[in-house]
Design a protein around this ligand. Structure first.
Ligand SMILES: CC(C)(COP(=O)(O)OP(=O)(O)OC[C@H]1O[C@@H](n2cnc3c(N)ncnc32)[C@H](O)[C@@H]1OP(=O)(O)O)[C@@H](O)C(=O)NCCC(=O)NCCS
Length: 378
């Protein structure tokens, strides 16, 4: 972090460099995102999510043998301990999915014999275990809350395909898998975002991998971060029609209400992930014969750019993509979590490789010199 006792002018640690990382660069002024040297435009649609996991964990794209090895390790880690399944099945079906996942990840740590092993070998195994298991606990919670049985995973399916197959109970189409895989790639890492920061703060105390990922999940949940994608669809549903967009946005701006999926702390130009997602959203909504959502989104994005100079972010169009694929709205943020586990775990490993406690200061602005009166005199 920057030294001294100054606070960033607007708070929120804006502009503060909290760590050096080789994992990803978010270039806010030019709208670029780089994973380990590769521009996101170079990766999206060209490499799979599993290849990005390897890239983030090993700093290079895998060759075929390395990819096969990674895939087989992930498949091998998919089985969920009985105790965690029992816990998932015992949760009220009204539980918010992000809370269910955070709870399940905490429990996974209790059932992992390596949980407290701090060797780098064990940390890497735990990282891959989480990448493999978070999608399964998410799908299992979704099935359990509907009273459905929890089927085993299909070892022949990759990460995106297996998740879609579990939640829908049927093999997804090739097009759906391609779309979801690209969404995973686009969400895999993003510099020192709030949830990644919280995972690094937690592991920097030399806590454990599961605790760090629980911190990250809790942080991602909020509507100012990963929760925004659910907010986007709920907002589109509330607006209801293209004709109602202008009035709705004008009201929100007058009341200083935030429009979900718009604006970004770092990007001052277009979020480089947005055009990829927008293309997917356009294609899917046209195929579905339901262009209404994308038309409304475009109108909102246009107004926000004109009125406030703010661009759409990653959540704006990913929401329409997931919605068009028939995914329940409250699984949108969990899908973000599934994909971002690649980045979170890579950051935890990076933090551990050169660790120092993360402990900023606060500027005290409270009263001073007060005297504690006896309770009956207060
Ligand atoms: C992402 C976000 C939290 C960044 O926030 P930030 O860097 O702290 O920016 P601020 O909240 O200080 O906003 C700066 C200005 O832009 C406005 N603004 C920012 N995002 C806005 C939005 N989505 N809708 C309306 N106005 C917005 C603020 O009202 C403020 O205006 P003002 O200076 O006239 O008061 C913010 O843009 C936001 O809340 N967006 C909606 C939630 C979202 O999509 N989150 C996902 C991010 S990937």
């Amino acid at each position: 972090m920057t030294k001294g006792t100054e606070t960033s002018s607007k708070g929120g640690l804006e502009g503060v460099v909290a760590a050096k990382t080789r994992l990803s660069a978010v270039k806010g002024s030019v709208g670029e995102l780089v994973y380990c040297g590769y521009n996101i435009d170079e990766l999206a649609g060209k490499v799979s999510y599993e290849e990005v996991v390897h890239l983030l964990h090993h700093d290079h794209l895998p060759n075929q043998a390395q990819l096969d090895e990674l895939r087989s390790v992930l498949v091998g880690f998919r089985e969920i301990p009985r105790g965690v399944i029992d816990l998932i099945q015992s949760l009220p079906n009204t539980t918010a999915p992000m809370n269910a996942i955070r709870t399940a990840v905490s429990a996974l740590g209790c059932f992992d014999a390596m949980a407290e092993d701090d060797s780098m070998y064990a940390q890497r195994r735990k990282a891959l275990r989480l990448i493999a298991q978070i999608p399964i606990v998410t799908a299992y919670f979704h099935l359990a809350r509907q009273g459905k049985p929890l089927p085993p995973s299909d070892p022949n399916l990759g990460e995106a395909a297996n998740f879609m197959s579990l939640i829908n109970g049927e093999q997804p189409s090739e097009e759906t898998v391609k779309t979801m895989d690209m969404c995973y790639v686009l969400h895999a890492d993003h510099g020192m975002n709030a949830s990644t920061f919280s995972s690094r703060v937690t592991i920097a105390t030399l806590s454990d991998m599961y605790s760090a990922i629980c911190s990250a999940i809790g942080t991602l949940k909020g509507p100012l971060h990963g929760g925004a994608n659910e907010g986007v669809i709920r907002m589109l549903q509330e607006i209801g029609s293209i004709e109602a967009v202008d009035g709705f946005i004008a009201d929100c701006l007058a009341q200083k209400k935030k429009i979900m999926g718009i604006g970004h702390r770092v990007y001052k130009v277009l979020d480089p992930r947005a055009p990829h997602l927008k293309r997917m959203a356009q294609k899917l909504s046209t195929e579905l014969g339901e262009p209404k959502w994308i038309k409304m989104s475009d109108r909102i994005a246009g107004i926000m750019l004109k009125e406030k100079g703010l661009h759409a972010n990653v959540d704006f169009y990913s929401a329409t993509v997931y919605y068009s694929l028939g995914i329940p709205i409250d699984l949108f943020t969990p899908i973000f979590a599934i994909a971002r586990t690649a980045g979170w775990t890579a950051h935890v490993l990076e933090q551990l490789s050169d660790n120092r406690l993360i402990r900023p200061q606060s500027e005290y602005v409270g009263a001073s010199g007060l005297q504690a009166k006896p309770i009956e005199e207060r």
